[in-house]
Write a protein that binds this ligand. Structure first.
Ligand SMILES: *[C@@H]1O[C@H](CO)[C@@H](O)[C@H](O)[C@H]1NC(C)=O
Ligand SMILES: *[C@@H]1O[C@H](CO)[C@@H](O)[C@H](O)[C@H]1NC(C)=O
Ligand SMILES: *[C@@H]1O[C@H](CO)[C@@H](O)[C@H](O)[C@H]1NC(C)=O
Ligand SMILES: *[C@@H]1O[C@H](CO)[C@@H](O)[C@H](O)[C@H]1NC(C)=O
Length: 392
């Protein structure tokens, strides 16, 4: 290229930038400018998506404001890929979901798909699940329901100070994503609401869940196949079904779960505390490298449990053994109260026994008295003082 053509190209480029509409520069945009009506009735989804389109095609960091009002949102998918890897949603609003009868078989209410560098700060998401739960309590056919907020196939995502109540299904789903931080989030649904998991992580790497409070009807955090490098710290769980790796071995070919840390967690009145659960049938999946430490159990039914013989109603697995290999799982500094006699249960597979399980400094009591432990097909080590006495 000659110097002349280079100069011409540079000036053309400059001209291009100067002539772009101002919306392409670092921006603060406001959903009300796109016609979002905060009356709680008019669908604000088209306005949110117009704002998203501008942010997504902007070349510089952009903040989308959602002011303090009540917006009704139909299903909304914020789709990438984007030019922009610095989009912030600053939400002061209450966002309300449609009734399940108007959602058909839609699986997610609000979704981010194939985006990079998105932060969602604040907001109160009302999934309005109660009519669906009522349907599920009858014999009538009803849909599975839509999860409230899902991050799919995305990278560098932060979800901060968001409140999610009464999801129809899961509150937050992180799937096929990388580098996701969930921080200062509050999740709340009734104890008897069906399948309202707090946060579900699957097929994702580098996910942190920090300073979060979860009260719900199913697992506080459920960890599915293909989860690697998951960090859970300062989480309060309960009511709910605890923190669960699994159910695994849903299918014969499955990815493993690897490198999970759960630290400074308090369970209150939950069904389980720290659970690893696999169907009693063959699978290529595994669980490797899990650290559970500094955990308080308040009246938890099953504080520590590995169950590799999960087979509800004895359907689809009778007489089979779990193929999931569980190894290198450590439990330390775990104390509090169990609501049942067996506070520590390792019920592993005859075909692939659990190995490298370690327990250290455990103090779990049952009704002010000593609790019990249970071991089957498990190998491991015991350190420090462990009550109930270890059966490893
Ligand atoms: C967004 O627009 C609304 C309505 O005009 C206004 O009340 C609010 O202050 C705006 N918010 C920001 C952060 O600009
Ligand atoms: C993610 O964030 C890190 C650190 O801020 C940055 O180095 C990296 O390029 C980002 N990746 C993507 C895909 O945006
Ligand atoms: C999130 O909430 C905490 C506690 O209320 C507050 O200190 C923090 O500044 C908030 N973060 C953002 C990014 O708004
Ligand atoms: C995962 O997170 C760690 C710590 O935040 C970071 O150093 C590492 O690069 C991340 N890995 C990937 C694949 O992004």
């Amino acid at each position: 290229m000659t110097t002349m053509t280079m100069l011409r190209n540079v000036s053309l480029l400059l001209l291009f930038f100067i002539s772009l509409p101002s919306s392409i520069y670092a921006l603060d945009i406001n959903v009300t400018d796109f016609g979002a009506k905060g009356d709680g009735k008019t669908d604000a989804s088209p306005a949110f998506l117009k704002a998203w389109k501008i942010a997504c095609s902007s070349l510089t960091p952009t903040t989308i404001y959602v002011p303090r009002k009540r917006y009704f949102l139909s299903q909304t998918i914020f789709q990438g890929p984007c030019m922009n890897s610095g989009i912030t949603f600053r939400i002061e609003a209450i966002l309300t979901a449609p009734d399940y009868k108007n959602m058909g078989s839609i699986e997610t209410w609000v979704m981010f798909d194939k985006v990079e560098g998105v932060t969602v700060v604040g907001g109160f998401l009302d999934g309005r699940g109660s009519s669906l739960w009522a349907c599920k309590a009858t014999d009538k056919p009803c849909p599975a329901g839509a999860s409230t907020l899902a991050i799919y196939s995305s990278k560098n995502i932060t979800i901060q100070n968001v409140t999610s109540i009464n999801a129809k299904l899961y509150h937050v789903v992180i799937h096929s994503s990388e580098n996701v931080i969930v921080q200062g989030v509050r999740i709340h649904a009734p104890e008897d609401s069906p399948n309202t998991d707090g946060i579900h992580v699957q097929n994702s790497m580098n996910v942190s869940i920090l300073n979060t409070g979860i009260k719900t009807g199913d697992d506080c955090v459920s960890i599915g196949p293909g989860t690697k490098n998951l960090w859970i710290q300062r989480v309060a769980c309960g009511p709910g079904h605890g923190i669960s790796i699994g159910s695994l071995a849903k299918g014969p070919v499955e990815e493993g779960v690897e490198n999970v840390v759960v630290k400074n967690v308090v369970f209150t009145g939950t069904q389980n505390g720290l659970r690893i659960k696999a169907w009693g049938r063959p699978s290529t999946g595994y669980v490797k490298g899990v650290v559970f430490k500094q955990v308080v159990m308040n009246n938890v039914q099953y504080p520590i449990v590995i169950d590799q013989n999960y087979c509800p109603r004895n359907e689809g697995c009778p007489g089979q053994h779990s193929g999931i290999q569980i190894s290198d799982v450590s439990y330390s500094a775990i104390k509090g109260t169990s609501a049942t006699k067996v506070a520590m249960k390792f019920d592993c597979s005859a075909k692939t026994p659990c190995k490298g399980i370690s327990v250290q400094d455990i103090k779990l009591t049952y009704k002010g008295d000593s609790a019990e432990s249970f071991c089957q097909n498990v190998r491991g080590v015991t350190g420090g003082s462990v009550f109930p006495p270890s059966c490893l």
